[in-house]
Write a protein that binds this ligand. Structure first.
Ligand code: RTP
Ligand code: MG
Length: 151
């Protein structure tokens, strides 16, 4: 399923620390395909939809405040097993228990400032992509390099 999609979002700490390029490079270098990207200040409304499952958790107000502190980079990436592999590339939720070599394990220290969000299932990816992107904002293109990545 080379057309599986996931929603990856660089959080305000990733932007403020100048890690946008490094994070994007990791997905490009792995062979995944970027099909949608924005740079924006998120609204409270969109974040409440995005983090719907966490709304009643004790950390939610602080998470919401943090996500409103600066611009984010919402993206859609495509490729085989990209949901599962994207999560593996991110590391654990807590950067301190994330293996070196993962984004959080290489760049983060504390739970909330863990740099990047990644969908946790194909269903979540579909839901999150629909929250952040209209269909017309996703670009369908065939990367020439795919012939050298897939069998
Ligand atoms: P994400 O959704 O951002 O990809 O991260 P995740 O699945 O690994 O973690 P999740 O449980 O969905 O939590 C969403 C984000 O909330 C913050 N968090 N803080 N203080 C806490 O106990 C706590 N727990 C979660 C993190 O920023 C986490 O990424
Ligand atoms: Mg999550």
């Amino acid at each position: 399923m080379a057309d599986e999609r996931t929603f990856i979002m660089i959080k305000p700490d990733g932007v403020q620390r100048g890690l946008v390029g490094s994070i994007i490079s990791r997905f490009e270098n792995r062979g995944y395909q970027l099909i949608g990207m924005k740079f924006q200040l998120a609204s409270k409304q969109i974040l409440e939809k995005h983090y719907e499952e966490h709304i009643n958790k004790p950390f939610f107000p602080s998470l919401l405040n943090f996500m409103l502190t600066g611009p984010v980079v919402p993206m859609v990436w495509q490729g085989k097993d990209v949901v599962k592999q994207g999560r593996a590339m991110l590391g654990q939720t807590n950067p301190l228990t994330s293996a070196p070599g993962t984004i959080r394990g290489d760049f983060g220290i504390v739970m909330q400032k863990n740099l990047v969000h990644g969908s946790d299932s194909v269903e979540s990816a579909k839901r999150e992509i629909a929250i952040w992107f209209q269909d017309s904002e996703l670009t369908h293109w065939k990367p020439a390099q795919n012939a050298w990545i897939y069998e």
